[in-house]
Write a protein that binds this ligand. Structure first.
Ligand code: PHE
Length: 343
């Protein structure tokens, strides 16, 4: 039996190798693998094999069948002259493969839109590293070690020297160290905070920072720039509200709200059914801002007697959520095409 198997393998491979056309190949296929083929016959003869040998012989025949099939498969495209002739002719009546046109991610779109508003005001786009050190993420921005405000910028540490930046403000200091005023810059980028993920939190999100420094920048300049931004982003009738707040790197500081884009802060719409977006308050917070703290200027070697400036920082996801009426921040990062193709 073993000899027979070896013999069949030898002659099958030889015949297949020497086959000159598809016909010869088909003949070989029938001769060995057909219903009455030699390999098929071997399987039928298994009943005559002693039980002790059966497993081994079975394996040998299976291997033979595989060798013959493989030899046939390999030879077929050679004889049919590639995939464009013979049995594998292209069917030009089949529908084509539709290649979908890609589009920008809603976060990239929002970043472009926000930056676009500021670029039209003369701002320049600047970027900085996502892996930062404590100096730029904290100290240069007047957030000393052990200062409670460090808690507000809860941070992923990579080791005792490096961390993932918790805001885009470090780029303020980096830029000022190597550039002289006057300038107006906008800084988009990813930031990281060890927050548990839920509908409104993500351990990674995007911010856009703005910084303007010159010899006579006033709070009214900040208000003017942000008001223009809010109107371009959310509509001409958008109103602004500046609430006093605290950031170590700005003084005075403000949290900035816009009139609710769903109910417009309209009292009649607020009662008796509370607006689902602003909760009836009429305002929604969109960013933090303020006049650059003189200590920050000193830290980068500027003379705070000579220059003034304003800074602001906003979360891109938050702006996109408001603008597009998205209910869950996780949707931005799940790569679900049904969500993404809506933008
Ligand atoms: N860096 C602040 C934050 O992440 C935002 C901010 C930027 C506030 C610039 C004021 C000025 O919350």
């Amino acid at each position: 039996m073993r000899d027979k198997i070896r013999e069949i393998e030898k002659s099958a491979v030889e015949e297949i190798t020497l086959a000159v056309d598809a016909d010869a190949l088909e003949k070989a296929r029938v001769k060995y693998l057909g219903r009455k083929g030699l390999v098929t016959e071997l399987f039928k003869n298994m009943s005559g094999v002693s039980p002790a040998d059966r497993a081994e012989i079975g394996k040998l025949i299976n291997a033979l069948k595989e060798t013959v099939s493989k030899a046939l498969d390999e030879k077929t495209p050679v004889l049919s002259g590639g995939s464009d002739s013979g049995a594998q002719k292209t069917d030009i009546t089949l529908p084509g493969i539709i290649r979908e046109i890609g589009r920008l991610h809603p976060i990239s779109k929002t970043i472009e839109e926000i930056c676009g508003v500021f670029i039209s005001l003369g701002f320049k786009v600047v970027e900085g590293p996502e892996i930062e050190n404590e100096h730029y993420n904290f100290e240069a921005l007047n957030i000393p070690l052990e200062h409670p405000s460090r808690d507000a910028f809860d941070t992923f540490y990579l080791n005792d020297k490096w961390l993932l930046r918790s805001h885009t403000s470090p780029v303020q200091a980096r830029f000022m160290e190597t550039n002289k005023p006057p300038f107006a810059i906008i800084i988009p980028g990813k930031v990281y905070r060890p927050d548990a993920t839920d509908a409104s939190h993500s351990f990674m999100f995007h911010q856009i920072e703005g910084l303007v420094v010159s010899d006579n920048i006033r709070f009214s300049d900040l208000k003017g720039a942000l008001t223009l931004f809010a109107r371009q982003m959310f509509g001409e009738n958008t109103r602004m509200r500046f609430r006093p707040s605290f950031f170590p790197f700005t003084e005075p500081s403000a949290e900035v709200d816009i009139s609710c884009i769903l109910c417009s802060g309209d009292a009649a719409q607020r009662a008796p059914h509370k607006c689902s977006l602003c909760g009836g308050k009429g305002w929604i917070e969109i960013l933090g801002a303020g006049m650059v703290n003189p200590k920050v200027f000193r830290n980068v070697g500027y003379n705070p007697e000579k220059v003034t400036g304003f800074a602001f920082g906003m979360g891109v996801e938050r702006i996109a959520i408001l603008k597009y009426g998205i209910t869950d921040i996780r949707m931005f990062f799940e790569n679900d095409i049904r969500f993404l193709r809506q933008f």
